[in-house]
Design a binder for this molecule. Structure first.
Ligand SMILES: Cc1cc2nc3c(=O)[nH]c(=O)nc-3n(C[C@H](O)[C@H](O)[C@H](O)COP(=O)(O)OP(=O)(O)OC[C@H]3O[C@@H](n4cnc5c(N)ncnc54)[C@H](O)[C@@H]3O)c2cc1C
Length: 500
């Protein structure tokens, strides 16, 4: 079959690689000059920066993305990594000397002795969920199905709680609740909107100490996190090479402005220059509303699909600073990725973000040092630092272009708490605002990451009401993220071409 794919991000490339593997005629169009979408490295003044993903899950041997890429013969070098957390008045920084898989539990009990019982109960629950997760991944023999049911019984009473209720069930202090739900600020979600079990899935202890063994009783038990040697861009580059070496074509610097639909069925794509490319299948990605309303046309959708498009909530944008520096930031940090929170009230922070009010870094920011795992990203003797915050796509007061310098200075000033003297060591700076991202990703409203993980929210589905039209990428996946995008596009392909 002839398959036209719009977008060479990880969603489009994954679908394209599988289609090329199976002998379909694949053409991918992308408005940028390189594969990867937000995963492509940003090059600036002799430095390279990760534009998108930082710490990657599911990418170690035995984990889903690793195994998927390996099935295509793609093997990338990874290095295990972790992240630190700084709360407004305490921190969770990985201990220099390894203190075992439960070091965060023990540290919390030292900091909040009055909460010791709740902390122990949370970690018992954590272990129960991890066990459930492990059994769910085993072959579903009759015995394992029974084990799974028994494991579920142990956590059943928590299954109906949202993340806010769940953390409040274990902890009295908001200071501890926010340690476990803070990541939702990154997803632009209020914990009361998210499913409670997600607390464990966004707080695997292995994310907070790379030395924690991933095996138990000789079997891979815990998920791990890593960086990719040479940068995340190695994933799209490898997929793009795979596609072209299997007869596929990737056309860069080219925008598709129309999906041609006749009698409820796709017929092809039309480029901005008017050129039409007929095909049997079209795969779209990017912003759900832009794609279906502008590129496809809402007259081709049904009420149910339009309802999803009108109601689902994509994440907001990011405000990102990429800095070249002439000092080693790692002299001040334990981990190359640090989440710094400036508040405990995630409900208020989410409300502010959605109303267009930018917190200017006061609610929180991330510091990332990509040159720690990839020294080649910076010229000899120099280093790369990225600082970013979630931010509204559209500011209530002012616009990004006129405010960006002021906001950048504020963020650098805040980050000096972790990186003393930072402002004196900056050799170059690239500011990325919501406008840069919307231009780059071809979205009217910039949305980083994917869809806000609101419990029971329906996202645009892979299969669409138009015959032969499929939708992949961050806005078809709950929480988005590199792993979900790849595995989601894989699943879309398997639905489009089921094996007999
Ligand atoms: C700042 C940031 C931090 C992130 N951090 C993490 C993280 O730590 N961990 C993690 O797992 N994930 C993270 N992510 C998310 C992850 O990187 C993305 O969800 C994923 O890479 C998105 O892939 P995609 O294929 O959906 O889209 P994109 O990467 O947006 O690619 C889509 C491509 O299609 C092109 N395109 C769209 N429409 C058209 C058209 N009509 N014509 C031509 N070209 C078109 C776009 O220009 C773009 O190049 C982060 C993302 C960002 C932005």
């Amino acid at each position: 079959m002839k398959i036209n794919i719009i977008g060479a991000g990880l969603g489009g490339l994954t679908f394209g690689a599988m289609a090329a593997r199976d002998g379909h005629r694949v053409t991918i169009y992308d408005k940028n000059s390189r594969p990867g979408g937000v995963v492509a490295l940003l090059e600036h003044d002799g430095y390279k920066f990760e534009q998108g993903p930082l710490l990657i899950g599911d990418m170690l041997e035995g984990e889903p993305i690793y195994e998927f890429l390996a099935s295509l013969g793609i093997h990338l070098d990874t290095v295990r990594a972790d992240r630190d957390i700084i709360m407004p008045d305490y921190d969770m920084i990985t201990p220099e000397e390894y203190k075992g898989p439960y070091w965060r539990r023990d540290r919390l009990k030292e900091l909040f002795p009055e909460e010791a019982r709740g902390i122990d109960r949370y970690y018992k629950f954590y272990d129960d969920v991890m066990r459930l997760r492990f059994i769910a991944g085993e072959n579903q023999t009759l015995i394992n199905k029974i084990r799974l049911a028994l494991a579920f019984l142990k956590i059943k009473k928590y299954a109906g709680m949202n993340a806010d209720e769940l953390t409040r069930h274990f902890f009295k202090s908001e200071k501890i609740c926010t340690l476990y739900t803070g990541i939702w600020a990154d997803f632009c979600a209020d914990p009361a909107e998210a499913q409670g079990l997600g607390v464990v899935f966004t707080n695997f202890e292995t994310a907070f100490d790379k030395r924690i063994p991933l095996d138990k009783n000789g079997k891979k038990y815990y998920p791990g996190y890593c960086y990719i040697q040479g940068g995340c861009q190695k994933i799209p580059e490898s997929l793009a090479d795979y596609i072209t070496s299997h007869g596929g074509k990737i056309v860069y610097n080219t925008v598709v402005d129309k999906v041609i639909v006749e009698n409820g069925k796709v017929k092809g794509t039309r480029l901005q220059n008017g050129e039409v490319d007929s095909c049997d299948i079209v795969v779209g990605c990017g912003a759900g509303r832009d794609f279906f309303y502008d590129t496809v046309g809402q007259e081709h959708l049904n009420d149910e699909y339009r309802e999803i498009l009108d109601t689902f909530r994509p994440m907001e944008a990011v405000f990102m600073l990429h800095l070249g520096v002439d000092f080693d930031p790692m002299q001040h940090l334990r981990s190359a990725l640090v989440y710094c929170y400036g508040m405990y009230d995630l409900h208020a922070a989410t409300k502010k973000l959605r109303s267009g009010e930018y917190h200017e870094g006061n609610d929180g920011y991330l510091i990332f040092v990509p040159s720690d795992h990839a020294p080649e990203f910076a010229p000899e003797g120099k280093h790369c630092v990225t600082i970013y915050t979630v931010a509204p796509d559209t500011l209530k007061d002012g616009d990004w272009e006129s405010k960006k310098q002021e906001y950048a200075e504020k963020l650098i000033h805040l980050a000096e708490k972790q990186l003393p003297g930072l402002s004196e060591h900056i050799t170059t700076m690239k500011i990325m605002t919501a406008r840069d991202y919307s231009e780059y990703t071809h979205m009217k409203k910039s949305s980083f990451g994917g869809v806000v993980p609101i419990w029971n929210q329906k996202n645009p589905t892979h299969k669409t009401p138009v015959e032969g039209l499929w939708f992949v990428g961050q806005q078809s996946e709950n929480t988005g993220g590199l792993g979900n995008v790849i595995m989601g596009a894989k699943s879309a392909y398997e639905k489009a071409f089921p094996t007999k």
